[in-house]
Design a protein around this ligand. Structure first.
Ligand SMILES: [Zn+2]
Length: 443
């Protein structure tokens, strides 16, 4: 196993550069020259004055709606990798709260009148489910900034740069202008043709860039002559033009530029705005999916995963870094519960003491050879253990069998896991699935 990274704080609490020198750290801890401030990620604070020498650390954020990839690089090395699992239960919880309030109004209990004059939404309002995701993403960047001297944050905001793609049909961008340009063009075509085969409409299959009028018959390399087709269609079409192949509309459609290509999701915009408010406008950079893809595949040679994408986002163009063998897993901890009563006839008052038999909710524990977090406790009987990544129940176990691994830190359940290669990702549906690495499918 690769030696994991130990994060170091100065006596003032400010982050210093991390270290891999376990023996040195062990010596410091044994002599009382340092203390452990967090087990997950393992962080120590020095108890003696040092020169506060720091190198700039760049954080890459691969935003997503369920999982966020995060990586920090400095000086050609990856010093932090994490997968952040966001909450997906906000909508359900708010529906539940609405129902509880509704029933409470008709009961003779504490009453809050229904509000009617609160319908105007302030500027920058986000739906609660999205607000939770945006705030958690920013909170996760804070989590890194607590242990590393972060001075630059890169966020991927869209699949391609619309400013570089000003009406490519007219300006005449061609698809043999170098590899990076090819990635840009490909993302543009995927968006324009809605990730379908232009001829048979097949989805979720490898798509190839296709010349509407073939090269052999004088067709150009311009965007206005390009579309996407699945392999069978491409083979069948061979040296026919789209019109001869039976699709005259495709030819006309190809000349129309993609309208309103500037669309960037509200979630990503909100994340960038919030980060800029905290770290400063100059410290937050936006990148695009085609650059990420190019860097990940061509420069770094890494498979698709949230953390690898984040590593690619953090790197500058051409920089080569080696990803860590371990990735932190962070799970967002909800703050509370709206339920007052439960039971079949609402006969039980919901008790919520801080600790039950010494255990808090969301503590990370091991039991019966499995690791999870406490998702439910009972005064009498077993506790519910849930999986850190999926959030699903693993097993029920009596509290005496539990062994504590870590408590929540700053609103996160955090764990270090050996990095496993994962296929696909929730961050960019469609762009990864079904579309293999571009260089394989270039004609
Ligand atoms: Zn097809």
């Amino acid at each position: 196993m690769e030696q994991s990274i130990i994060y170091v704080l100065a006596i003032s609490g400010k982050p210093l550069m991390p270290t891999r020198r376990r023996n040195k750290v062990w010596y410091w801890l044994r002599c009382g020259l340092a203390k452990v401030v967090s087990r997950e990620p393992f962080t120590i604070q020095l108890r003696f004055e040092t020169t506060e020498y720091r190198q700039p650390v760049t954080v890459g954020v691969d935003t997503g709606s369920k999982t966020v990839g995060m990586a920090a690089t400095t000086n050609g090395a990856v010093v932090y990798q994490a997968e952040v699992h966001l909450r997906t239960d906000i909508t359900d919880k708010l529906t539940q709260r609405r129902q509880y309030r509704r029933t409470r109004r008709s009961r003779n209990t504490r009453y809050r009148a229904a509000r009617f004059a609160n319908r105007r939404k302030p500027a920058g309002w986000l739906p609660p489910s999205l607000r939770s995701k945006a705030e958690a993403t920013v909170k996760a960047v804070h989590f890194v900034a607590r242990v590393l001297p972060v001075c630059q944050v890169n966020v991927e905001v869209g699949s391609f740069d619309t400013q570089k793609m000003q009406r490519p049909e007219i300006s005449g961008l061609e698809y043999q202008q170098g590899e990076l340009q090819g990635y840009l063009l490909r993302e543009y075509l995927l968006e324009k043709w809605q990730r379908h085969c232009a001829y048979c409409g097949a989805k979720e299959v490898p798509l190839e860039v296709e010349h509407i009028v073939p090269r052999s018959r004088g067709g150009s390399n311009r965007v206005s002559n390009l579309t996407l087709a699945c392999k069978p269609c491409n083979v069948r079409k061979e040296k026919l033009t789209a019109a001869e192949f039976g699709y005259p509309k495709i030819q006309a459609q190809a000349r129309v530029p993609l309208k309103d290509a500037a669309h960037v999701s509200t979630l990503k915009t909100a994340v960038v705005q919030r980060l800029q408010a905290i770290f400063g406008t100059d410290q937050v950079d936006v990148t695009y999916g085609y650059e990420t893809k190019y860097k990940r595949i061509q420069v770094l040679g890494l498979p698709k995963s949230h953390t690898n994408d984040a590593v690619a986002i953090a790197c500058v163009m051409g920089e080569v870094v080696e990803p860590c063998a371990v990735a932190h897993q962070l799970r967002c901890v909800p703050r509370g519960n709206y339920q007052l009563f439960n039971g079949k006839h609402s006969e039980h008052k919901v008790w919520a003491p801080r600790k039950v038999k010494g255990w808090k909710l969301h503590e990370q524990v091991a039991a019966k050879g499995q690791v999870g977090y406490i998702g439910g406790r009972r005064l009498k009987g077993s506790f519910v253990l849930k999986d850190l990544i999926t959030g699903k129940t693993i097993l029920e176990v009596v509290p005496s069998k539990l062994r504590r691994i870590a408590r929540c830190t700053h609103g996160w359940i955090a764990a270090t896991m050996q990095f496993t290669e994962q296929e696909g990702g929730a961050s960019s549906p469609g762009s990864s699935r079904g579309v293999p690495a571009p260089q394989n499918s270039w004609k």
